[in-house]
Design a protein around this ligand. Sequence first.
Ligand SMILES: Nc1ncnc2c1ncn2[C@@H]1O[C@H](COP(=O)(O)OP(=O)(O)OP(=O)(O)O)[C@@H](O)[C@H]1O
Length: 249
Amino acid sequence: MNDMQPVGAAAPLRVDIAEKTFRSAQGVSVTALRNLSFEVRQGEFVCLLGPSGCGKTTTLRILLGLDRQFSGSFQLPEGGSNRIAAVFQEPTLLPWRTVEENVRLALPKDLRTKNLDALFDTLGLAGMRSLYPAELSLGLARRAALARAFAIEPAVLFLDEPFVSLDGRTAGQLRRLLIDVWSAKPTTALMVTHNLTEALTLADRIIVLAPRPSHVLGVFDIGLPRQHRSPEATDDLLRSFHQKFPGVT
Ligand SMILES: Nc1ncnc2c1ncn2[C@@H]1O[C@H](COP(=O)(O)OP(=O)(O)OP(=O)(O)O)[C@@H](O)[C@H]1O
């Protein structure tokens, strides 16, 4: 594979976190990350997979600029809009604003008058633009959160287990919608999950993290177009994954 970026292409997301340690007021310290290095290429969808408590959310918080207490560095993708979008476990919609207003409020000035029809259509929200968050099911609220993230045409999209705590059917439907909307304009995306099947459904590559202090255990390149990931093909991928990473579930 050629790692050189063609001239004019956006730079990848580069992460090189030497160490992230939490220190409690009582003097107890927890090192969450040590020597965590990886890249996400432009337009690539990568899942960060690791056991509970290994530091996935901590990594996203650092990349979002919410935690500056770490050693090391990172480089967000350059070029394009330079905007960052994030989708969290909770949809965090403003309750006193409609779905459409929630999405429009996130838009930068140059996109204020943007036609959002295609985005709402793709996400199955066309008839729900004037509803308030309290009128939405959990699944619909997550769709609105996805609409808000994609509407700003971000240079990079971070997702932190956006479909956790949904029933299997709703989560499956949302994964399909996420891929539909992402495929229309592939954005560099990094999604945290501890669900291997979800990662095998969504990602181009899976970056597997070791338990704390977390670092990259290895990378699983899926190498199969998403439209060919039938249940049987996904079972094959699962087997290959387990051969490469025995013990990682
Ligand atoms: N503010 C904090 N103060 C102290 N320790 C923290 C803090 N935030 C996270 N940690 C610890 O850092 C480690 C990594 O936490 P983090 O939430 O990043 O893990 P995670 O991989 O996202 O877990 P999960 O999959 O369960 O969400 C955990 O041991 C956690 O207890």
